[in-house]
Design a binder for this molecule. Structure first.
Ligand code: WT7
Length: 651
């Protein structure tokens, strides 16, 4: 069955009173573009300000002078906006539903009043450890409520949190602690996930061997599993919280002070510390959460991402809590104890908006529909997807089987750098097309440029690189400690524009279709990775001389990791060595970076100047060897024959 991707799907019934309708979207979008000051000046008021801003927008995309400021003279506190201000009206409402990994363990309902108490206590523990405004605190935690408490506790005292996904290795953790010069690491004993256990504390111990000895380690005793304990360095966080006062005055912060750093991969070099600031980020996260998911008071919202990614920051914690929502935090995985878990949890907690990634949808779609249909999913109103282009088959299954044809699908395009959704349908306003992220959010000015010349392509259809012509409040402000790299990465190649690194097509209806990254970044199960990071890990192995890594199409993961490895001259390839290299990459970066395929390459295709021609390697990895293009500029064209003959992915 081929799926018609070009005919717009009408808005399902029941969205007549949505926050945005076709008419209101058009009017509001037009205003947001013609009068950004007026528009965002009003939207900024969805937050509570200690001192209101008088300036709304002060942004400059010009290379060399890039500067992004929103609400710059406003004073506020993010934690107050996510917690305190809700207490008078919804102190006894559930803020966080915690659903543990083990389906037989009871779920926990944490009210706003309880959230406030926990966050205040944790903030006081941080203060007692010497953490002050502007200090960095690294979080390496499972998907447990304490992760949200820790984020908000940092925000309360003006500290900057930096979450490292619990799937990263100790080396990756150490790099991030060192790059951000964190004073404190917050971790947990162990993390159960999908019935397996990750030894977070022992990873943290290994990481801290490579960090300043002044770094303190606050440990959440979550499972009670035994861990080593370093006297004088390790602190039992929950025990300290019980001793601490439940009252910690919030710090008055400037709108442009950093709220958090989040490391993400780029095409070159080490991961970049993306910096988001308090005022603009929070206003944008709250607004997009409300509009994109058509969130209404009393709804139960579930985003299945991990808090270690930006999706978890914006749509588990900051957006929903700023809106006084009930947000669900799930510790487990979609397939444990079986492929019905997501739907069982939706039924159990009467979830209204559900937000996940195409890779999870594809994995579940491969199972019997019965895993879905045996549950009562009538509470679901809106279904969201994020992380990579969703293939039309997965879109159709999500729409028909999960949503029963009644839930609009919001395919949200955005990035760690953008803080929130930039291209997305709105449930009551936008007709959808399977696989398209559709139209811009309010205030967003997408453009398509010709990749080589940078020429603005104004007619439809257009295909090229996706850039943005103006700023929005949730935009990243800088790369931690390296503003020059920030400007070079995003503003140099196409002067006057923010360059996303994605290619896109705009069709006759003005709908946007993401065609994938145009740089050396790959997207594996929605996790973003620089191929150069995996290459660096491989060449750090004593028996590896050289490595080149590319992405290739993978049925479930979207892209898989394909590594070409040249061994040292005296080393023989073997299956044992292949296993060694896989383990090696896991320990260097983390399980998400483990190559799916390793091909032994006696040589790599290089130009005479020594540059590896990845274009050719990508084609071979895709098993598309007929259209390799011009290989005459290669120093040694024969290596290509060997690579083709020994290719590992034969379709
Ligand atoms: C890259 C950003 C932002 C949350 C998760 C990923 C790809 C993201 C979509 C989508 C097509 C998408 C892009 C983007 N991407 N959402 N709806 N359709 N592609 O954040 O790790 O910063 O990755 O993910 O390539 O550049 P991230």
């Amino acid at each position: 069955m081929t799926i018609d991707t070009n005919t717009k799907r009408p808005i399902p019934a029941g969205f007549e009173h949505a926050h945005a309708t076709p008419h209101s979207y058009a009017a509001m979008y037009a205003e947001s573009i013609s009068d950004p000051e007026g528009f965002w000046g009003r939207e900024g008021k969805r937050l509570d300000w200690i001192k209101p801003y008088s300036k709304v927008k002060n942004t400059n995309f010009e290379f060399g002078e890039v500067s992004i400021k929103w609400f710059e003279d406003g004073v506020l506190n993010a934690c107050v906006n996510c917690v305190d201000r809700h207490l008078p009206t919804r102190g006894s409402q559930t803020a966080i539903i915690f659903e543990p990994d083990n389906p037989d363990s009871p779920a926990r309902h944490i009210t706003y009043a309880e959230l406030s108490e926990k966050v205040n206590r944790m903030a006081n523990v941080l203060l007692s450890q010497g953490v002050v405004e502007g200090d960095r605190v690294v979080l390496y935690l499972p998907m447990i409520p304490e992760a949200a408490y820790a984020m908000l506790a940092c925000a309360r005292i003006g500290a900057i949190h930096s979450i490292v996904f619990a799937g990263f290795s100790s080396d990756a953790l150490a790099n991030r602690i060192n790059d951000s010069e964190a004073k404190v690491l917050i971790t947990a004993d162990t993390a159960p996930r999908g019935g397996r256990v990750t030894a977070l504390k022992s990873n943290a111990d290994a990481a801290l061997l490579n960090c300043s000895e002044k770094t303190r380690c606050l440990v959440v005793k979550h499972t009670g599993d035994q861990t080593t304990w370093v006297q004088g360095r390790d602190v039992d966080l929950l025990a300290q919280m019980e001793q601490a006062s439940p009252d910690c005055p919030p710090r008055a912060m400037n709108a442009e002070d950093p709220l958090f750093i989040l490391y993400t991969s780029g095409s070159t070099g080490r991961p970049k510390g993306v910096v988001h600031s308090i005022g603009g980020y929070l206003a944008f996260a709250a607004m997009t959460h409300e509009y994109t998911f058509d969130y209404h008071d009393g709804d139960v919202f579930w985003c299945t991402a991990d808090v270690g990614w930006v999706t978890g920051h914006s749509y588990i914690v900051y957006g929903p809590l700023a809106n006084g929502a009930t947000t669900l935090m799930f510790e487990g995985v979609p397939t444990f104890p079986d492929a019905g878990r997501f739907w069982q949890v939706c039924e159990k907690h009467k979830v209204n908006q559900f937000y996940t990634a195409p890779t999870a949808i594809r994995a579940l779609m491969a199972q019997e529909d019965e895993f879905v249909t045996r549950h009562d999913l009538s509470s679901l109103r809106v279904l969201g997807t994020v992380g990579e282009p969703i293939n039309p088959e997965a879109w159709a299954w999500y729409n028909d089987v999960v949503g029963n044809g009644k839930c609009p699908i919001v395919d949200t395009w955005w990035q760690t750098e953008t803080g929130g959704h930039l291209l997305t349908p709105l449930p009551g306003a936008t007709e959808t097309k399977p696989g398209s992220a559709t139209v811009p959010f309010f205030g967003i000015k997408p453009v398509i440029l010709e990749p080589e010349s940078g020429k603005l392509l104004e007619d439809n259809p257009a295909e090229g690189v996706l850039c943005f012509a103006d700023s929005w409040p949730g935009q990243m402000r800088t790369i931690w400690g390296d503003h020059q790299r920030f400007m070079e990465t995003y503003f140099q190649q196409y002067p006057g524009y923010y360059f996303t690194g994605d290619g896109a097509l705009r069709d006759e209806d003005g709908y946007y279709w993401i065609t994938g990254r145009v740089d050396d970044v790959i997207n594996v199960s929605g996790h973003r990775m620089g191929t150069s990071e995996v290459e660096s890990a491989l060449v750090a192995h004593a028996q590896v001389a050289e490595a080149a890594v590319v992405g290739y199409p993978h049925e479930i993961k979207g892209q898989g990791i394909y590594a070409y490895v040249t061994l040292m001259h005296d080393v023989e390839p073997s299956d044992g060595l292949r296993k060694d290299l896989e383990t090696w990459v896991r320990t260097q970066i983390g399980p998400i970076a483990r190559p799916d395929v390793i091909q032994w390459a006696p040589g790599l295709p290089k130009t005479r100047s020594g540059k590896i021609m990845r274009r050719i390697l990508r084609k071979i990895a895709e098993n598309d060897c007929k259209s390799l293009g011009d290989i005459t500029t290669l120093a040694d064209p024969e290596v290509v024959d060997d690579l083709i003959a020994n290719r590992m992915n034969r379709g």
